[in-house]
Design a protein around this ligand. Structure first.
Ligand code: HEM
Length: 367
């Protein structure tokens, strides 16, 4: 039996089992390493000084930043997005079906979450295609197989999008709407709430954290369901099963495969001591297949119950957008599988070790 807690190199640890991954995520002796934000290049000199986002900060900054947006991501608040998501999925599918199919990633799984975040933040309809193309370039930036020049374009797109948010925020200050950006601007002036730089990194985080991951859940889930026709038959007869099917897609595919923390002090785990300052990689994907917790872990079972997977993490950094992702995926799958679909060639996987996903999923629509 090999240990699920491994020291890979001095100061570099890896945790593979469910129990310890979960424990570390909930233990405040393990914290985030906060990077120093980059200064904007000269072309974007009007941007304010950027600040680290909630994803990479620790309390008290983390608590303050997260509490500002927490309400907008609660299930009750998200309900009002449901008709928009359903309409958008319908529109994207209409053109997919009219074309007889295509690459599901590009035509459906990618644009859907991007446009939902745009709606939530309050990006005006006229800017959505710019928004979509910038987020597409940013996604290429984190794909290690892309040419350096393409990844450089992604970096540039990131600054452009920050600049876009900066201008949008200035406009919304004068013309507030019923959206998240306007709500954040309203609290911005108050003492101890949100600096201009934090507002920008928050907007970018919501786009980036909520986008690629949900795209991957939709495309990987679609592929997995097509490979499991008996599950699809059941889901078509009993749509109430979509809730547990989405949880199983999350567990089985783990769109975010790894998480990370730093030990703030020496911590004893079993018979090992993780030393102060060590980096700890938490393998969420492996924890989600731990046979101690999940029976037949390598079987895709849409009836699995309970399904306490760690695909959204745990503890204070647990995914802010979990309810939104669940809602988007449920709508996306249930609308997509009204059609009969067939694979038209092999899917192409992203070779990204952190984010598991598909580059392409060629499908034809049969009827
Ligand atoms: C954090 C996964 C969708 C926004 C996280 C974390 C995971 C995760 C594992 C924890 C990171 C950590 O412990 O450091 C996923 C998956 C998604 C998804 C698998 C889709 C299938 C979304 C969506 C949004 C979102 C739709 C919102 C727009 C965030 C934010 C954080 C986060 C803001 C940081 C929370 C914090 O640090 O307190 N996500 N996520 N995610 N996620 Fe998601």
């Amino acid at each position: 039996q090999t240990s699920p807690i491994k020291e890979l190199a001095p100061g570099q640890w890896m945790i593979l089992n469910y129990h310890d991954v979960r424990t570390i995520l909930m233990d405040d002796r393990f914290i985030k390493r906060t990077p120093v934000p980059r200064t904007p290049p000269p072309k974007f000199h009007t941007l304010p000084v950027l600040s680290p986002s909630m994803l990479v900060t620790n309390p008290p900054d983390h608590t303050r930043l997260r509490s500002l947006v927490n309400r907008a991501f609660q299930p009750k608040h998200l309900e009002r997005l449901r008709p928009y998501i359903a309409e958008l999925a319908g529109e994207l599918l209409d053109s997919f079906v009219n074309n007889g199919g295509g690459n599901l990633v590009e035509d459906y799984a990618f644009p859907l979450p991007a446009l939902v975040i745009a709606e939530l933040l309050g990006v005006p309809a006229k800017d959505r295609s710019l928004f979509r193309s910038l987020s597409q370039k940013i996604a290429l930036m984190i794909d290690p197989t892309q040419e350096p020049a393409i990844r450089q374009q992604g970096q540039e797109a990131r600054w452009e999008l920050l600049d876009y948010f900066h201008h949008l925020a200035q406009h919304k200050k004068q013309n507030p709407g019923d959206d998240l950006l306007s709500a954040l601007l309203q609290v911005q002036g108050q003492e101890g709430t949100l600096s201009a730089g934090e507002l920008l990194t928050m907007s970018l985080l919501l786009l980036v954290a909520g986008h690629e991951t949900t795209t991957n859940l939709i495309s990987l889930g679609t592929y997995r369901l097509l490979m499991t026709p008996s599950a699809l038959d059941e889901l078509r007869l009993n749509p109430a099963l979509w809730t547990s099917a989405v949880e199983e897609c999350l567990r089985f595919e783990s769109p975010v495969q790894l998480d990370g923390r730093m030990a703030q002090q020496d911590v004893r785990m079993g018979d090992q001591i993780i030393p102060e300052g060590a980096s700890v990689t938490l393998v969420l994907a492996q924890a989600n297949r731990d046979p101690v917790v999940f029976s037949n872990p390598d079987t895709f079972d849409i009836h699995r119950h309970p399904n306490m997977h760690l695909a959204f993490g745990r503890g204070i950094h647990m995914c802010l957008g979990a309810s939104l992702a669940r809602m988007e995926a449920t709508i996306a799958f249930s609308q997509l599988f009204r059609y009969t679909l067939e694979l038209h060639g092999d899917p192409v996987f992203n070779p990204n070790v952190l984010l598991r996903g598909l580059k392409s999923l060629p499908l034809i629509v049969k009827g």
